[in-house]
Design a protein around this ligand. Structure first.
Ligand code: SF4
Length: 361
């Protein structure tokens, strides 16, 4: 049985990443079979509950207000709108719904109260409810937990070193702090990253090092391939090779043996055969729906055809944990005044260039 280890070194992870691909897949597929049902893949749906207008400068993101990407922003959706979309997703086979808001951090007030209500509403639909709302305090994490949240997504994006090449408006430590805050509740942690942003294999291993030395490991790790969007600083980045995706999925599977590895953004660029290799290598989840927040995603019917060919079935919710109970109790909001998230503001030339282009348009 593969051990769950928290003492990986970057060198060890890099050595795994660089193994001959055929050996790497064989090993990761074995780890996958030891720890997961290889015939099941969870279908998840991402609902963008508040799109665009984000103050951050993440170089890959079309939702950053400072870049000219033609994204149509919207205010926070109503609880009923979200419920209707979640019901449709559940009918199409999704057992997990992730609600994403383009916020730097969660702010107390009407909007957050509405998100808390969305979590309660979706919890009652018997789907795993996940949120990705930016940086989160401990009390905010507790409120979401009490509302029945199953998972909180907060990606590390890349290695600590390469993160500084992509984002200047918040620090890696802020990411880790939010994950710590989630860990103080019963909510599970979903954290992964993006490949294809110009990072090296060492950076990919560095990101996996950060994740694999967490105690406990994140329950869920999405692996995204960059979808270069015109107007963002990374618009000219080359499409990520499918072999790199397979390699990254396989390495993640080996260093995080119990974690759900999620094949996330970038699937439209992958062939059916490439996706099949990712499932073999250890991916246990896909995101369904024609859009992933704002970027294209394969059609659910196409996904179901592929499942049929491969003999896969959609996974039911709560296979690895109980459905969270909704707890009606007031959480004190006393820490709000002390909150200070970092603004490192170091210079990233390509981000500055893309922002200026926006102003000139
Ligand atoms: S990734 Fe999230 S935080 Fe960064 S710009 Fe996009 S919406 Fe904002």
């Amino acid at each position: 049985m593969s051990d769950v280890r928290h003492n990986w070194t970057k060198e060890e992870i890099l050595e795994i990443y660089n193994r001959p691909l055929i050996d790497l897949i064989y090993q990761s597929a074995s780890v996958h079979r030891e720890n997961h049902d290889p015939t099941e893949v969870q279908v998840s749906t991402l609902i963008s509950i508040k799109t665009g207008g984000c103050p951050e400068d993440c170089g890959y993101c079309p939702q950053a207000a400072r870049y000219s990407t033609g994204i149509e922003g919207n205010d926070l959706m109503s609880v009923n709108q979200v419920k209707a979309q979640a019901l449709r997703a559940r009918e199409s086979g999704s057992s997990r719904i992730c609600m994403g808001a383009a916020w730097r951090n969660v702010k107390e007030g009407k909007d957050f109260d509405q998100v808390v209500e969305m979590v309660e509403t979706l919890n009652k639909l018997d789907v795993e409810v996940c949120c990705t709302l930016g940086m989160l305090t401990e009390n905010q994490a507790k409120r979401l937990s009490n509302a029945g949240l199953y998972a909180y997504n907060h990606n590390l994006d890349s290695s600590e070193d390469y993160y500084k090449e992509v984002i200047s408006t918040r620090a890696y430590d802020d990411r880790l702090k939010t994950i710590d805050n989630v860990r103080k509740t019963n909510v599970t942690v979903c954290s992964g990253g993006i490949i294809g942003m110009g990072e090296s294999a060492e950076d990919r291993a560095g990101m996996l090092l950060s994740l694999s030395t967490m105690v406990p490991h994140p329950e869920s790790t999405p692996i995204n391939a960059l979808v270069p969007v015109e107007g963002t600083p990374l618009e000219e980045q080359e499409t990520t090779s499918v072999w790199d995706m397979i390699r990254m999925v396989a390495t993640t599977r080996i260093v995080l043996p119990k974690t759900m590895v999620r094949l996330s953004a970038g699937r439209t660029e992958m062939s059916k055969e490439g996706q099949a290799m990712c499932f073999l290598a250890g991916a246990g989840s896909i995101f369904a729906g024609d859009k992933l927040l704002t970027t294209p995603n394969p059609d659910i019917n196409e996904d179901m055809k592929l499942f049929e060919i491969l003999g896969l079935k959609p996974r039911k919710p709560y296979k690895k944990g109980d459905k969270p109970k909704i707890i009606k109790e007031e959480v004190p909001l006393s820490e709000r005044k002390d909150l200070k998230w970092t603004r490192p503001k170091h210079k990233i030339e390509r981000n500055i260039k893309a922002s200026k282009k926006h102003r000139a348009d």
